[in-house]
Write a protein that binds this ligand. Structure first.
Ligand code: UFG
Length: 324
């Protein structure tokens, strides 16, 4: 049995689908604070919080767990700056509790959900894994703290782990079973699709005075189902006995500006998507593009949906079905 924390969330639910397709049995643990009960794709569901150690411990006693895939966390950059305490508590204390429960129950394999935010504002593009970790927001700091914990847990207790540093997760399950559903929504593509649906009047572009070709920020959008498959590959390496603490970037290696995304979303949806120019959002680096060569060569990871049109189209199909 594989324990997936945060398995009712966006990337978690897609990973549960991918794990089950690869033949793994899964138990989902989620407190449903941001996740959705109808996105739990397993008959084994435990509703509860990582802060509750006796509950966590009981989950390890109830199921024979071989490894953990850990998504459960707060993940909004802006919110993390306004309320750092809740991010330190939820992300760092929650993960520490999970690691304690794993040690107690002798489960020594973990796949961890990290982020490109660990790199801060990198001067060199594409970003490699050995680039210095200099986060510029609290959310990124919590993920660096946890990655450091994983290194120490490896050295001191023999915990084996893989941290995946995602760039911009986007898109939805091509079979329409899952997709993005955040409240509040802060991400560019679902907000743009809300405008296409007529649920919002327009999209505000956060600044056009960046040092990029069209002046808007560039990001590396990666299909959520491709992220999910990387987790399956990583998990299987750990189950095969791979030892150590590893970190891999997951992106497409190609950047799109905010204006590119808007234009392509107009093409995919065939709808008018009005935009207005706004101020820069604090803490937005001008360009984030990944080098994912390490995950490709080390894990044999291959992207199935690298095309930005497929990413937006799957997101649109989901959006129409869920919110239309
Ligand atoms: N943007 C707009 N208008 C909006 C929303 C976003 O112009 O209404 C722009 C942002 O400025 C940015 C791009 O669209 O340039 C993408 O923004 P998102 O909020 O969708 O994603 P981010 O790049 O800010 O955040 C992502 C992940 C975070 C992670 C971060 C790492 O969602 O979890 O990358 O920097 F921390």
């Amino acid at each position: 049995m594989i324990l997936v924390t945060g398995g009712a969330g966006y990337i978690g639910s897609h990973t549960v689908l991918a794990l089950r397709e690869a033949g793994h049995e899964v138990v989902v643990l989620d407190n449903l604070s941001r996740g959705h009960r109808d996105l739990v794709f397993s008959d084994h569901f435990e509703e509860g919080d990582l802060q509750n150690f006796p509950f966590l411990d009981s989950v390890f006693t109830k199921y024979s767990i071989r490894a953990v895939v850990h998504f459960a966390a707060s993940s909004l950059v802006g919110e993390s700056m306004k309320d750092p305490e809740s991010y330190y508590y939820n992300n760092i204390c929650g993960t520490l509790n999970l690691l304690r429960a794993m040690r107690k129950n002798r489960v020594m394999r973990l796949v961890f959900s990290s982020t490109a935010a660990v790199y801060g504002e990198p001067a060199v593009i594409p970003i490699m894994e050995d680039y210095p970790l200099e986060p510029t927001n609290v959310y990124g700091e919590t993920k660096v703290a946890i990655e450091n914990m994983l290194s120490r847990y490896h050295t001191a207790y023999g915990l084996n782990s893989i941290s995946f540093r995602y760039f911009n997760a986007a898109g939805a399950d091509p079979d329409g079973r899952a997709g993005e559903d955040h409240t509040p929504e802060t991400h560019l593509i679902p907000l743009v699709l809300d405008v296409a649906l007529g649920k919002r009047k327009n999209i505000t572009i956060f600044g056009n005075d960046y040092p990029t070709e069209d002046g808007t920020c560039i990001r590396d959008y990666i299909h959520v189902s491709d992220l999910a498959r990387a987790h399956v590959l990583g998990l299987e390496r750990l189950l095969d006995g791979m030892k150590g603490k590893f970190a891999f970037n997951l992106g497409n290696g190609r950047g799109y500006s905010v204006l590119d995304i808007l234009q392509r979303s107009r093409d995919v949806t065939g709808r008018d998507i009005p935009s207005v120019m706004g101020q820069r959002r604090e803490g937005d680096p001008p360009i984030l593009v990944a080098s994912s060569g390490k995950a490709e060569s080390f894990l044999g990871w291959r992207r199935q949906y690298p095309d930005i049109i497929d990413i937006i189209r799957t997101a649109w199909d989901w959006h129409l079905h869920r919110f239309g």
